[in-house]
Design a protein around this ligand. Structure first.
Ligand SMILES: C[S@@+](CC[C@H](N)C(=O)[O-])C[C@H]1O[C@@H](n2cnc3c(N)ncnc32)[C@H](O)[C@@H]1O
Length: 202
């Protein structure tokens, strides 16, 4: 399992996360980030090329040193300072109120304690700051939900702790955020994995 987690899984995550639908979504939502940005679970850095000129500085956190190493070469093409930190979102070494925009793309599914992480994100976000998010989770269709609940235990084991049955809007509320913009839709692919919540929370 250690070989799989260290050598295979990071490459599978990178491949899976750069499909045309997620890339199109990144190109639409990531330019909304402004100021000091925290990209949570930055993974292999696939958001980096979509940040616009209003970003002044970026911190990318991820507990996977393998994925952070895959992100590092992409920093050469980014016109603002970036710091990559091997951190879990549940405990972030940034001061209170130090971030203007939090970016969450397909990350809340994998965080072991998402409520604790969201509370920590709320701590580092300045008053009036924003959360830009695109996350997959629990479908609105009971038939799909049933399969998500059935298959989640196996999926979580092979997919690096990813959960397919989290209700993202409820998680955001429980973590102290208010989704002021929210749309849901299926992306191309198996419905159990592609029901996506996109929007802006404050
Ligand atoms: C499906 S990948 C998405 C990566 C990236 N956000 C993207 O859009 O391509 C999920 C990411 O969450 C990260 N992750 C897992 N547990 C985490 C935690 N406790 N805190 C922060 N990130 C975490 C994983 O290492 C992985 O990079």
């Amino acid at each position: 399992m250690a070989f799989y987690s260290k050598y295979i899984l990071p490459r599978l995550i990178d491949l899976a996360m750069k499909n045309p639908a997620t890339t199109e979504c990144r190109s639409r939502i990531i330019p909304r980030a402004t100021g000091r940005v925290l990209d949570v679970g930055i993974g292999s850095g696939l958001n980096l090329r979509f940040y616009g000129p209003r970003v002044t500085r970026l911190w990318g956190i991820d507990p996977s040193s393998e994925l952070l190493e895959m992100a590092r070469p992409k920093l050469k093409r980014v016109p603002f300072p970036v710091e990559l930190l091997a951190h879990s979102a549940e405990e972030i070494s940034l001061p209170q109120g130090s971030i203007d925009t939090i970016v969450l793309t397909w990350t809340l599914c994998s965080i072991p304690n998402p409520i604790q992480a969201l509370r920590e994100l709320r701590r580092v976000l300045r008053a009036g700051g924003q959360v830009v998010f695109a996350e997959h989770g629990l479908s609105s269709e009971p038939g799909v939900q049933a399969w998500q609940k059935r298959l989640n235990p196996v999926w979580r084991r092979i997919a690096g702790g990813c959960n397919m049955n989290r209700k993202i809007d409820d998680l955001l509320s429980a973590g102290g955020f208010n989704a002021v913009e929210l749309s849901t839709s299926y992306f191309p692919g198996p419905r159990i994995l592609t029901y996506t919540f996109q929007g802006l929370a404050v």
